[in-house]
Write a protein that binds this ligand. Structure first.
Ligand SMILES: C[S@@+](CC[C@H](N)C(=O)[O-])C[C@H]1O[C@@H](n2cnc3c(N)ncnc32)[C@H](O)[C@@H]1O
Length: 492
């Protein structure tokens, strides 16, 4: 970190220490309680390929150790911010239909509007300047996702953000929030902050902003818990999780029951603080990560604005025949292909049953529902159907994985302002997409070398969209290999 940045972070950590935020164990009296809240277990560091700014282990840390406590009075919640502000509480009485997330978003903009006089200023100053969540995607970036479901998710997120902003304007006006901060742009920033940084608290569904605790970057719950996903989405009675662990509605931290902890932090009433525990043992200097919950890459993009290269919880949904949805009782969101290319339990069971003549479905239904093969012919048909479907979907995309990878390499070159991008030799599909992007950000082909400097955030979001679609296509390719493997096995 640069010196000036280091000083700023140090000041912020000093402010946090005064509020009682600490990485010292409960029984250890902090020798200098007001100088810095970190140093015993954690330190702020930078991880360019794993979330940017984050928290590193300041010493060897053992799995399960309490590594950070953030007392209730240091949490930015509707209760702590709005209800203690008389004007805000009075103004709010006129607006019963606003959701708690909208109120927290307005509270955040209201504090930003106060500038240095806000109690929270030292914290607010360290918030990111922009977010890459789906709601902030332009039309071009949305189309770059290529997959209908993902485009639809982005359009829905954009539409929701716009309508929530419109509903909030009157209250923001009553509160005399600065005009600039009442804009859609400011709203997208504030709602991006709430979406990507809030932690779950039991007393407010909007959650809370947690200074220092929101510096933990994300690691997906391990492969050993991947199965949980399939169980939950299938509504199986043996689901180990609370329902919220499968809901994609932005839980930053969620809990499973005692037997399996999907996450490693939570508000503890008896301690009166948000407590964070090491999910595994870390060596000094290693990044300490938090599992915010179980997410597919599309959900990570929607709520947090990033994706993982290797996400054991990723899924690909493919369009099915309309009758398939009605021939089985599995919920639609359980009919997907796993990140490793295997069709989900419910998808396979649905296709097996659909491939059975209607007059025989009743007699073999129990086999399909228990996940068993119905007959060799039926299994061959199911595998061939899935492989063919994936093949057709892949063929209909505007670009292949190879072309997408070439495009990603070109975007990387744009990011380092490489002046010798060999545009002419590229496939026409890629040329067309690059040209389309330059048109949207209003940069001429000759000035392509400057595009990242001028439109950094758009380039970042475009790259994320291309990376996401490559991940989707790879799942389909792996699924084809899986099905062909099964067919070969059956044909001996
Ligand atoms: C709670 S914040 C974590 C701290 C954040 N890096 C910061 O500088 O304030 C969550 C955000 O960090 C980034 N992030 C977290 N984990 C990540 C990961 N594994 N890969 C890439 N970005 C990640 C995303 O931008 C996400 O929205």
């Amino acid at each position: 970190m640069e010196n000036e940045e280091e000083n700023e972070v140090y000041n912020f950590l000093g402010w946090a220490a005064k509020l009682g935020i600490t990485d010292s164990p409960l029984d250890l009296k902090d020798p200098s309680p007001h100088s810095c809240c970190l140093a015993h277990s954690l330190c702020v560091s930078h991880f360019p390929n794993a979330g940017g700014r984050g928290l590193a282990a300041a010493r060897d840390v053992r799995k399960g150790e309490l590594i950070l406590r953030v007392p209730k009075q240091a949490l930015f919640t509707t209760q702590s911010v709005v209800l203690q502000n008389h004007n805000f509480s009075v103004a709010l009485q006129k607006y019963h239909s606003l959701s708690s997330a909208q109120i927290l978003t307005i509270a955040l903009l209201n504090e930003i509007s106060k500038g240095k006089s806000s109690f929270w200023f030292p914290y607010l100053k360290h918030l990111p300047q922009s977010y890459d969540i789906l709601a902030s995607f332009s039309q071009f970036e949305t189309q770059a996702l290529q997959v209908d479901d993902a485009i639809w998710a982005a359009e829905k997120a954009i539409c929701k953000a716009k309508s929530e902003w419109k509903e909030a304007i009157l209250l923001m006006n009553d509160l005399k929030i600065k005009n600039k901060l009442q804009s859609l742009r400011a709203w997208l920033w504030a709602s991006g902050t709430i979406s990507s940084r809030t932690l779950h608290i039991p007393w407010d569904e909007a959650g809370c902003l947690c200074p220092v605790g929101d510096l933990f970057n994300y690691a997906a719950p391990g492969e050993e818990l991947g199965e949980c996903d399939d169980f939950c989405t299938q509504g199986n009675a043996s689901c180990m999780c609370t329902t919220s662990c499968c809901v994609t509605d932005k839980p930053f931290v969620e809990h499973c029951d005692d037997s399996v902890r999907l996450t490693d932090g939570g508000y503890e009433k008896d301690i009166g603080a948000y407590c964070f525990y090491a999910r595994k043992s870390y060596r000094k200097g290693e990044q300490v990560l938090l599992s915010y919950g179980t997410y597919t890459n599309l959900e990570l993009l929607e709520h947090y604005g990033f994706i993982l290269n290797r996400n054991p919880n990723d899924k690909a949904f493919i369009p099915l025949e309309p009758e398939m949805y009605s021939c089985c009782s599995w919920p639609q969101n359980s009919l997907f292909i796993h990140q490793n290319g295997k069709p989900s339990f419910s998808l396979l069971s649905t296709i097996r049953l659909w491939a059975t003549p209607p007059n025989q479905r009743k007699s073999v239904g129990h086999l399909a529902l228990s996940g068993s093969q119905i007959s060799k012919e039926n299994e061959l048909f199911a595998m061939e159907w899935i492989a063919k479907k994936c093949h057709v979907i892949l063929k209909n995309f505007g670009t292949s994985i190879k072309e997408d990878n070439l495009l990603l390499a070109t975007i990387d070159n744009m990011c380092i302002s490489k002046s010798t991008i060999e545009f002419e030799k590229m496939p026409s599909t890629i040329k067309c997409e690059i040209q389309g992007f330059l048109n949207v950000v209003d940069v001429s082909m000759e000035k392509m070398v400057d595009v990242y400097r001028q439109s950094k955030y758009s380039v970042d979001r475009w790259k994320l969209a291309v990376e996401w679609r490559v991940g989707y296509k790879k799942i389909l390719v792996d699924c084809i290999s899986h099905c062909i493997g099964r067919i070969d096995d059956m044909n001996g």
